[in-house]
Design a binder for this molecule. Structure first.
Ligand code: SF4
Length: 502
């Protein structure tokens, strides 16, 4: 028997649309399989898909794993033939060399079926239409007549009531039958082209580029980007596709090699000079930029979560819910003092968050330094949500000073690595400050996931809860300490100008 040709799947098809090498690698040289981590975006997406099943009572799940595709196809056929089954979850089909699992296949009228894909996003995205088209094409090629095709996604306008989540209102279905029909025309040609790529004996020669991050972050980046210079042009701060392609066409891979006469914006020119000369850039305006920032000063950072499924009454899907703040105060001489708040998560954390913060800053008549516009945005939301606290919140807002634009306009260090995140800026300017020892929670996304896991009751063990809460406190405290250190480092770099600018 001749060896079986490699098959395509919907995921492989979408990978192939992004990059031929990504498709080939998924088929011929895949990475080891990794289970989705608890609380991760993937795990939440799977959980949302399972919740959607509630909308189709009597539906039956084809629970065969992906590698058991042929038995899954047989089981799907059995269920389709059983008129008592109103809907099939994870229905399996194979046609035209493509294997698919359909999230929900619902029995329609006159022997036809309604195909539905479930997405955990708040709207239909263009890439969902390609996804739907592939599913629908394979299902129809397999002999199933479709009545409609659509996407079931999260209804952002849903507001949770006092009781359990109302799943019927939480989800909304967009009927995309017309879009699906218009997209499937070109698909057979695209599928044939991808099948040819999948069968290649050698990996196709594709250079890394802007497509490595769009529309998905490719999982093969460590492998593909290994030979690239550390200061690869693809990482240049806010470089656009046009300039990237022009540099690539000119054979330039490293930012330090970009010619002087190449059109870069002011920030990009500074980055190029720093990488070329291995010197730090300090703007002559740094003192002026720092004029209103103290010390003495306070340093503030918030953490928030945006659960897809609302955890509390009167909250919506994806609504930003601040749950934690950290505040350092530095007089310019002594060791900074520290204060913090971390909600318990049992109830909506917002009122306790803002009341505790207002109490902490009540007697502080100081500039309050932050490192993003997020704190200002959050305070505006709190003022709108709690009109009785609007006045003190507005007074607090008037004292916020964002250090991020000062860093962006006033300094560049080679170790920023084209990023102005506090996590790269602080260790570059103050090497004794590091995030390396933070394991459980080391960035904002991990903080949001950790708190959501606690608030949703997914962590039950008392010791685990205590450890996770301590990790959250340590992380947020590190962020405001980093802010103190960045401020100190900036002041130290503009010593002669100090006093003139004040
Ligand atoms: S890292 Fe880039 S070039 Fe490599 S497979 Fe992924 S998308 Fe293609």
């Amino acid at each position: 028997m001749p060896p079986r040709q490699p098959y395509l799947t919907k995921s492989r098809f979408l990978a192939g649309q992004q990059c031929a090498l990504r498709l080939w690698s998924q088929v011929n040289d895949p990475l080891p399989h990794e289970e989705s981590e608890e609380g991760s975006v993937q795990a939440l997406g799977i959980a949302i898909g399972q919740e959607a099943h509630r909308l189709f009572p009597g539906g039956v799940l084809v629970d065969h794993p992906p590698y058991a595709h042929e038995p899954a196809v047989r089981r799907t056929r059995e269920l389709m033939a059983d008129r008592r089954v109103p809907a099939i979850f994870e229905a399996a089909f194979e046609a035209a060399g493509v294997r698919v699992r359909v999230d929900i296949l619902e029995r329609g009228t006159r022997g036809r079926w309604r195909l539905t894909e479930v997405k955990s996003s708040g709207s239909v995205k263009d890439v969902h239409l390609d996804d739907l088209a592939v599913q629908g094409l394979v299902v129809e090629e397999a002999g199933v007549r479709l009545e409609s095709a659509g996407i079931l996604h999260v209804n952002k306008a849903y507001v949770r009531g006092k009781g359990a989540v109302d799943w019927k209102r939480f989800f909304t279905r967009a009927d995309l039958t017309a879009d699906f029909r218009s997209r499937i025309e070109d698909l057979p040609g695209a599928i044939a082209a991808m099948a040819r790529i999948a069968r290649l004996r050698q990996a196709p020669a594709i250079d890394p580029g802007r497509h490595c991050d769009s529309p998905y972050e490719c999982e093969f980046q460590i492998r593909c980007h290994k030979g690239l210079p550390k200061d690869w042009i693809g990482h240049l701060y806010r470089i656009n596709d046009c300039k990237f392609e022009a540099l690539k066409a000119a054979g330039i891979a490293a930012i330090r090699d970009i010619p002087e006469d190449f059109d870069l914006n002011h920030q990009q020119q500074i980055i190029r000079q720093v990488l070329k000369n291995r010197t730090e850039h300090v703007s002559p305006d740094l003192t002026k930029l720092l004029a209103k920032f103290g010390p003495p000063a306070a340093y503030l950072d918030f953490e928030s979560m945006a659960p897809i499924v609302p955890l509390y009454p009167k909250t919506r899907p994806f609504e930003s819910l601040p749950f934690q703040w950290s505040l350092h105060v530095w007089d310019g001489k002594k060791k900074p003092t520290h204060d913090a708040f971390l909600a318990d998560g049992m109830t909506d954390p917002r009122r306790a968050f803002i009341e505790s913060l207002l109490a902490a800053v009540k007697r502080l008549d100081l500039p309050i330094l932050v490192f993003s516009s997020f704190e200002m945005t959050t305070l505006k939301q709190m003022a709108a949500l709690f009109p009785d606290l609007a006045k003190p919140i507005e007074r607090l807002m008037a004292r916020l000073c964002d250090l991020l634009p000062v860093v962006q306009g006033g300094i560049y260090h080679a170790d920023f690595q084209n990023s102005f995140s506090i996590k790269t800026v602080a260790p570059a300017l103050a090497p004794h400050l590091t995030y390396d020892d933070l394991e459980t929670v080391a960035d904002g996304l991990a903080a949001a996931q950790a708190f959501e896991s606690l608030a949703a009751g997914r962590v039950q063990d008392k010791a685990d809860i205590a450890n996770l809460r301590q990790a959250l406190l340590d992380y947020c405290q590190r962020d405001t300490l980093a802010l103190v250190e960045v401020h100190k480092a900036l002041l130290a770099r503009a010593p002669k100008q100090r006093g003139r600018g004040r």
